[in-house]
Write a protein that binds this ligand. Structure first.
Ligand SMILES: [Zn+2]
Length: 277
């Protein structure tokens, strides 16, 4: 990704500009991407963290034309700026709210929910909602139909693997959501972190194959170790991943095991997982 100029709008499509928030980190890449759709009327996707300079920049760039603030989900690097920005501009909040599992931004409490394939129309653009549970249960991707650009929040990220934290995160839902994306006309993916993803169909297929490949490693790992706890299984299943990330990998491993259990292919007794006979 080219060098980021925080607080500046970068045009990424005829109808869409990107402003990256200054919250770089291991889980956020260069920072959270906020997308601005439209010119005369603006719909903003993922206002990001409540960092004063970022909120100021968004208000300045929107210049009185912000009508809607959409969120892909309510993790704390995506939605906390929504309230501040709504209070300053009068824009309407749009997004789905779920109970707090310890990871949610509780300030994002009331918003207009969007249904599967529901459209929001502004002057010069149409945004279609794709419900994409998996990373988290309330996740929504937004397709700008005229530009063929899908804003994917944390459902697809540029350059890193999406973390699935049960129970709000669900591996089976995640893979099903990826499969459903293949049925839409998408030319470019604009992720919540990192740079644009071209040839998205190839990338979606690669992600599905990657998850199913990991699932196969879970099965083989359990076959080798016999009944095991997640902590024992993690280094085996993620032997290709930096041990510094194993804490996160253990969460995804839990998600894989829950999927296998839901499919009758594994079971758990206390904290010990085993393959079904
Ligand atoms: Zn997230």
């Amino acid at each position: 990704m080219p060098e980021i100029s925080y607080g500046e709008a970068v045009r990424i499509a005829p109808r869409i500009r990107r402003v990256t928030a200054p919250n770089p980190g291991r889980m956020t890449g260069p920072g959270t991407n906020t997308y601005l759709v439209g010119e005369d009327e603006i719909a903003l996707v993922d206002p990001g963290p409540a960092i004063e300079t970022h909120v100021d920049a968004l208000e300045r760039i929107c210049d009185g034309r912000l009508r809607w603030i959409l969120v892909t989900h309510t993790h704390r690097d995506h939605s906390p700026a929504a309230q501040l920005l709504a209070a300053r501009t009068g824009a309407e909040l749009v997004g789905n709210v779920i109970p707090n599992d310890g990871y949610q931004d509780v300030t994002f409490a009331e918003a207009r929910p969007m249904a599967q394939d529901e459209r929001l129309s502004g002057r010069g653009f149409t945004i279609r909602a794709l419900l994409t549970p998996g990373h988290v249960a309330n996740h929504v991707c937004y397709l700008v139909e005229e530009d063929g650009v899908l804003m994917t929040g944390d459902h697809m990220m540029g350059g890193s693997t999406v973390v699935i934290v049960p129970p709000a995160g669900d591996m089976k839902d995640y893979i099903d959501s990826l499969e459903r994306m293949l049925t839409y006309d998408i030319e470019v993916v604009a992720p919540g972190h990192g740079d644009l993803i071209s040839a998205p169909q190839d990338e979606i297929r690669r992600l599905i194959a990657h998850r199913l490949g990991r699932e196969q490693k879970v099965i083989e790992g359990l076959r080798r170790t016999g009944p095991a706890r997640i902590a024992t299984l993690t280094p085996t299943v993620y032997d290709d991943v930096d041990p510094a990330l194993h804490e996160w990998a253990a969460l995804s491993l839990h998600a894989h095991l829950l999927k296998l259990a839901a499919e009758g292919r594994a079971s758990v007794d206390g904290e010990t997982w085993r393959l079904a006979d």
